[in-house]
Structure formats: C-alpha cells, structure tokens
Design a protein around this ligand. Sequence first.
Ligand code: PCA
Length: 322
Amino acid sequence: MFKKTVFVASTLLASSLSSVNAAQWHMPTPYGDANHPTKIAYQFAEEVKTATNGDLDIVVHSGASLVKHPEIPRAVRTGQVQMGEIFIGIMGNTHPIFKHDNIPFLATTYDDAEALWQAAKPEMEKQLKKEGMTLLYAVAWPAQSLYTKKPVASLADLAGSRMRAYSPSTSRLADLMGSTPTTIQVPDIPQAFSTGIIDAMVTSPSTGANGQAWDYVNHYTNIQAWIPKNMVVVNTRSFKRLDKDAQQALLTAAANAEEKGWQIVREQAKKDTQTLIDNGITVVEPSDTLVKELSAIGAQMKQEWIDESGAEVKAVLTNYGK
Ligand code: PCA
C-alpha cells in the first residue's frame, strides 16, 4: 500500500513537472504545404516532439498564415515567435552576407551549392547571432530558371519585359537583364501574370509546377542560375531557456532536416521539371549567347557584392574556394 502511494505520488510529480517544462512554440513559414521546405518543417517539428516526449511542441504555421514573409525575421528577432523559416535572400538588405544565396552562377550544381552553404555558414551564424537569432538548418530549392511567354534566345528578347523579383538581388538581376522588377509573393504569381504586372520570372521548377505555370507561360529556359535556400532560425533567448535535452533534440532534428533537404532537392528538381513538360511547357537549354550574357551579369553582381562588404564576403569566397 505504502509503496503504491509513493509510486502514485512520484508519477504525479513527474507528470506535473513535465507539464511545467512543456512548451508550445510557434514557427511561421513563408511557403505553403506543397513545398518541400514546408514538408521538412513539419517533419522537423514532429521529430522534436517525439524526442522530447511532447515537452517541446512546435506548431508550424505554413504559407505565411501567422506572420507575413518579410516580417518573419523581425518576429523571431524580437521573440514574438520562438522560431521561423525565412528565404535567405529576402534579408539581402539587412546584411550582404545574406546575398550569398542569390548571386547568379556562383553555385549552379547541388554539390557546389552545398559547398557554398558550408562556406557561408560561419559568417551567417555570426550575423544572425548579432540579431539575437541562432541558425538551425537550411533547405535548398531546386535551381532557378527562366519562365517566359516567348522563347528567349538572348537578353534582347527580354528588353522591356516585367520580371518578378523576390529579393534585393533578383531586383538587381532584373535591372541588369533589361527588364523591370516587381516584388511578388508566390501566391500572387498567377494573378500578376494574368493582369500583366509581370511577364517573366526566375524561380524553381517546383514553384512553377505548384503554381501551374502552364496557365500563364509557355517557355522554360533551363539557366540554373543559382540554388537558393530557406533557413530556419530560433530566437537565441528562447533556445537558451530550454533544458539541455530539449536543446539537443532541436539540434539533432535540425541536422537531420538539413541532410534530408539536400537529398530530396535533386529528385524534386527532376520530378517538377517533368511536370512542366507534361503540362505543355517548352523546356529548353539556354543558347550560348544567353549563357554568355548572363555570366557577365553574374560576374558583375559578384563584384558588386564583394564591394559592398569586403571582409565577410571575402571570407565566404575564400572558404568556398571559387
Ligand atoms: N521558390 C520560391 C523561392 C525560390 C523558389 O524556388 C519563390 O519563388 O519565391
């Protein structure tokens, strides 16, 4: 009898302790559930919940439903939410280090993109730390290519066009390509095309496939200009308030998410390009002229980027070795 009482008491104590420690966190993400970074975010949250026996419950709010994409960095920095996912390039005006993600032709294969990420990580972590954030993981998108209504043999074919931009670097790119940039979020792309606000965009086969790009463009030129990433960050104070086990659970799940992301993206790129073809989009390799013209723009943007922030950018390029 006595033993049983002790058992009940300690069980109650354990469960009340765990409810005292249990936390529900909110994690806004910018893109909808069909996108592979969002799928990985859900798996990450599930893994953390299991590893902490439910003590850390991360609620994923996808599709910018809780916080608008451009506001997510501030929401995490100020602790309004504990974690968030951000397309790295949108922070390009905060500090040039974030631009490593959108420089055309700096890394165009998945192996190079992984190497660039490893090279950029230390500087990224330093900068995020200054803003009260800790980097958890990043997930790459498939390589970014050109969607247009008409074939593009050279940049002359884009003269006067209106191009979607999704970051400071892509605005600059549109300028240099002789088109006018307009910032448009993914859910607004179909309407922006149908109302003539834009008539071209550079994004992944995935975003084209998810948004049924065949309804508003006919041509996809496989320029594979860069491989951008979403990163997941945590408010550093929130992270430090967790006990050591929960911290470790978060870091382990983050490492797994990052590894899975690099594995999935290669397959995803092939699958989604095939979806574009199956739905009638003409997929072509870029002409030599277009490659030459775009490479020159890439070289110019790289130089402008170096000029903006010598030390940090040079550190990335030295680590990257290219
Ligand atoms: N899709 C997102 C980011 C990169 C991508 O492939 C977008 O177009 O906004």
